[in-house]
Design a protein around this ligand. Structure first.
Ligand code: NAG
Ligand code: NAG
Ligand code: NAG
Ligand code: NAG
Length: 356
């Protein structure tokens, strides 16, 4: 939404709160619907330009989606100690000021999706120790450092999809030991680094589709014990190592790996044949995996080439074996031939001697 639109709304909305106060109406932000008995305040798309100050205390759900908030100021939610769900998606938010959420110690769900956040304040997670679900998808975040998600000890679902994250500190998730869903679909990650998931023993769903990942470091998946789904569609993987996936000590993990520029050689074919023989690993979209290289395989399905890829290699191995064998046989024959010739010469000499 354009900024000029936000400014106009600001002027329009200055008067009603004053009127409410003069008329002695119950505490409720203007244009919002307050259902105090059930503890809900609905301020969806009513053109708010800031978090209203007169929200009744004691509510558990506040919906501020579809407004024009731009900035969430320090102490915006003071007094809303019982709030459990705060929805602020699609509200043109660019900045979260320090301590803007710090009074919400019982908050369980926070939706900040579809905003314009480029970074998170250092103290973003401070005092939000009850938060279980955080939606930050469709923002402009570029980097995840090791502090801003630090105190989300209860967090189970974290949606960071469709941001611009290209790098994450190794400690970015280091205190999120309860995390069960991590959605990083649609970012710009290049590598999945060793250690970045070191505390995620409870992680069940890891979505890394539509990034730019060309490398999964050997130990990166080793800490995961509960993973059931690992999405890697639409990345830049040409090769993977069997060792990396063998480290997944789970009961059953589904892998999604199509739409990567696979180099279909014998090595890749062997890796996948091994992965598919590991009982707890399932490549869901193996039939959709298309080769990108080498040239003669480009566009073919890996599954359709399957055993062929190693034929050339097996054939050349065979040629080498046969050549070596022929050389050995040749030598043996020659030696035998030489021996009998020598014998022949020897007996010739004998008979010559006898003739004398
Ligand atoms: C975002 O909010 C505007 C109103 O401010 C609404 O018209 C639009 O449909 C909303 N978009 C989404 C994706 O919710
Ligand atoms: C992950 O994010 C994508 C893109 O925003 C979304 O379509 C998908 O539903 C999300 N998956 C889960 C399990 O939340
Ligand atoms: C994507 O990864 C490749 C290496 O595989 C790198 O050369 C390229 O710069 C990356 N692109 C972006 C947008 O990060
Ligand atoms: C053939 O025998 C001669 C001696 O008669 C020996 O010098 C030569 O090394 C032998 N060659 C082979 C291939 O065994």
């Amino acid at each position: 939404m354009p900024v000029s639109g936000c400014t106009m709304l600001a002027v329009m909305l200055l008067l009603p709160p004053l009127l409410d106060a003069m008329l002695g109406l119950k505490l409720c932000p203007s244009h919002c619907l307050c259902d105090e008995p059930s503890g809900l305040v609905d301020c969806r798309a009513v053109g708010l330009v800031r978090v209203p100050p007169n929200v009744p205390h004691g509510i558990w759900l506040l919906d501020l989606s579809g407004n024009c908030l731009t900035e969430v100021h320090t102490r915006s939610f003071v007094g809303l100690w019982s709030l459990k769900i705060l929805l602020m998606s699609n509200s043109s938010i660019q900045t979260l000021q320090p301590q803007c959420l710090s009074s919400l110690q019982f908050l369980e769900r926070l939706d900040l999706s579809f905003n314009r956040l480029r970074w998170l304040p250092q103290d973003f997670s401070q005092r939000l120790s009850s938060l279980q679900e955080l939606q930050l998808d469709h923002n402009l975040l570029q980097h995840l450092d090791s502090t801003s998600l630090g105190d989300f000890e209860s967090l189970r679902k974290l949606d960071l999809s469709y941001n611009r994250i290209r790098a994450m500190d190794v400690g970015a998730f280091s205190r999120l030991s309860r995390l069960s869903l991590l959605n990083l679909t649609g970012n710009g990650l290049n590598v999945l680094k060793d250690g970045v998931l070191s505390r995620q023993q409870r992680l069940e769903v890891l979505l890394l589709g539509h990034n730019n990942i060309s490398l999964i470091e050997t130990q990166a998946l080793a800490p995961l014990r509960s993973l059931t789904l690992f999405g890697l569609k639409g990345n830049q993987l040409e090769h993977i190592r069997f060792k990396t996936f063998l480290k997944l000590q789970t009961t059953s993990t589904h892998l999604q790996m199509s739409f990567n520029p696979w180099t279909c050689d014998c090595e890749l074919q062997r890796v996948f044949s091994k992965i598919r023989h590991v009982r707890h690993l399932h490549v869901d979209d193996y039939k959709d995996m298309v080769c990108h290289a080498p040239l003669q395989q480009a566009g073919s399905f890996l599954a359709s080439l399957d055993s062929q890829l190693c034929i050339a290699e097996t054939a050349s191995e065979l040629v080498i074996t046969i050549t070596v064998m022929l050389a050995v046989i040749g030598t043996l024959i020659k030696a035998e031939h030489n021996r009998s010739k020598n014998k022949q010469t020897a007996s010739d000499t004998d008979s010559e001697r006898q003739e004398r």
